[in-house]
Design a protein around this ligand. Structure first.
Ligand code: NAD
Length: 447
């Protein structure tokens, strides 16, 4: 069980929070700590700055579809359990819905809605022809055997099979889900659907290489985080090869960001996951820690660093801090403790508005998630392209094409920042909204 000190902190936004007429019109939850209200609030702020038409603020403030399913699964002990699953389809103005599936015991509808919304923004910003979606199952994969997880995943797939498809809605991995789960989903879908002449495995990305996966997809989000750092750090007067950093969350995104950043010459001095915090000012080998986590399942048991308190972790003096765990983890107290120059958001929505205000007041630059972690969906797009055209790209092509997308997206953010004189998060939303606004302008709204 997760130690109490490492539970996701309860958000503690002031009762007022960000107010907006759209919140009133759409009867948003009044709670300023609500994740959906916070994420949409960032978009509405950017929309106000760029004077986005009012109808677009309304359209983008709610998802098109919210699907919730309940399904029974036989456990190994002969008893039945009932599970809850979600698929939220936020927007498909730019292309099919696209976004991961989270397997976590604490998944709620508003979390999934927030993550689906962020996918719409991210895909638009990074220039891939997708809309935004997200889903999940309320389950802790660590509580189940492989056989139980296979039944849970296949049964969930059958429950949502008519709502997904290679040209309609294409899921992918997220927290708690992995390539094996994606393979079971693709296989189940191939039996339940009729996609004549097509490759049914294109219904999902993040698959194993042996079954239609793409080279470079596993590390793609981390690669994109580092591509963004390499592109953005010089203008903040930092040299990537001389940076120190700390990482919160050492799963897919955290461990790959750390390994690739280290390969560029940077040095990791602190790391954390749901089991605890470690520090070593002489440096922690990011590759060695990843291997340790794969075999032992925890950062805190790593023998070549010292276990430390939450405070000592956050107070570690670093150039770059990479939050790569869950949402809303950097709140006022964490932001006050951080001793860094740049926050590179590997996770989705890791910084609350209150945390962001503290960081901004202390001159810390935030590289926003919709830019920083867009590498995953970009290489998912490459995987989908390969599936649909029956091709396989080499790693060099994947990495180079990803880098082009990341650099172009960073440049668009820079241009928006200059034009509107805003922070990087607002600039990233403006760049994303510009593309969506153009699409709505030419498409119009039916009827
Ligand atoms: P993961 O399951 O591989 O890793 C999650 C990590 O967070 C684990 O190390 C876990 O121990 C840690 N963690 C969980 N609760 C914690 C807590 N309370 N305190 C400290 N650490 C905690 O997940 P992931 O795929 O690496 O995703 C991480 C974040 O990145 C999520 O916000 C996800 O939505 C986002 N993201 C992932 C991808 C991707 O391609 N996987 C792409 C874009 C964004």
């Amino acid at each position: 069980m997760t130690p109490a000190t490492l539970e996701r902190p309860q958000a503690a936004e002031g009762s007022a929070g960000f107010a907006h007429p759209v919140f009133d019109e759409l009867a948003f939850p009044a709670d300023a700590n609500n994740l959906y209200r916070q994420t949409v609030g960032c978009m509405l702020h950017a929309a106000d700055v760029m004077d986005l038409p009012q109808y677009l603020k309304l359209v983008l403030a709610q998802p098109k579809n919210e699907i919730m399913v309940h399904f029974p699964v036989l456990m190994d002990n002969g008893k039945w359990s009932l599970f809850k699953g979600y698929r939220v389809q936020h927007n498909n103005a730019l292309g099919p819905y696209k976004g991961g599936l989270r397997f976590h015991h604490d998944v709620h509808l508003d979390d999934v809605k927030s993550l689906a919304f962020l996918m719409t923004m991210k895909c638009s910003l990074v220039g891939v022809p997708y809309g935004g979606g997200k889903g999940g199952i309320k389950v802790n994969p660590r509580d189940h055997t492989t056989a139980e997880m296979q039944r849970i995943v296949r049964r969930f797939t059958s429950a949502i099979a008519h709502n997904i498809g290679p040209d309609y809605d294409i899921p992918a991995p997220d927290v708690g889900s992995n390539a094996q789960h994606m393979a079971w989903i693709a296989d189940t879908y191939s039996f339940l659907s009729e996609v004549a002449g097509q490759n049914p495995s294109a219904v999902i990305t993040g698959k194993p290489i042996e079954y239609g996966g793409s080279l470079g997809r596993e590390k793609a989000t981390g690669q994109g985080v580092v591509d963004t750092l390499v592109e953005m750090l010089p203008e903040l007067n930092l040299k990537p090869a001389q940076c120190t950093f700390s990482t919160l969350g050492y799963g897919n995104v955290g461990s790959w960001s750390s390994r690739i950043f280290q390969d560029k010459g940077a040095k990791m001095v602190a790391a954390a996951d749901h089991t605890g915090f470690i520090r070593n000012d002489q440096g922690i080998d990011a590759h060695d820690l990843a291997t340790h986590c794969e075999t032992k399942g925890s950062v805190s048991s790593y023998p070549k660093a010292t276990k430390c308190s939450k405070e000592e972790f956050y107070q570690a003096k670093v150039d770059v801090f990479i939050p790569a765990a869950l949402e809303q983890m950097i709140q006022e107290p964490e932001a006050s403790m951080l001793n860094c120059k740049v926050v590179a958001e590997g996770a989705n929505a890791p910084t609350t508005p209150a945390g962001e205000r503290v960081l901004q007041s202390r001159g810390v630059e935030i590289l926003p998630a919709i830019l920083c972690n867009a590498g995953g969906v970009t290489v998912s797009y490459f995987e989908w392209l390969q599936n649909k055209t029956f091709q396989s790209w080499d790693l060099e092509k994947v990495d180079q094409t990803l880098n082009k997308h990341m650099v172009r997206a960073a440049q668009r953010v820079r241009v928006a920042r200059k034009k509107y004189n805003v922070d990087l998060r607002t600039a990233a939303y403006i760049a994303a909204l510009e593309r969506l606004a153009k699409a709505y302008e030419v498409r119009g709204i039916f009827p």
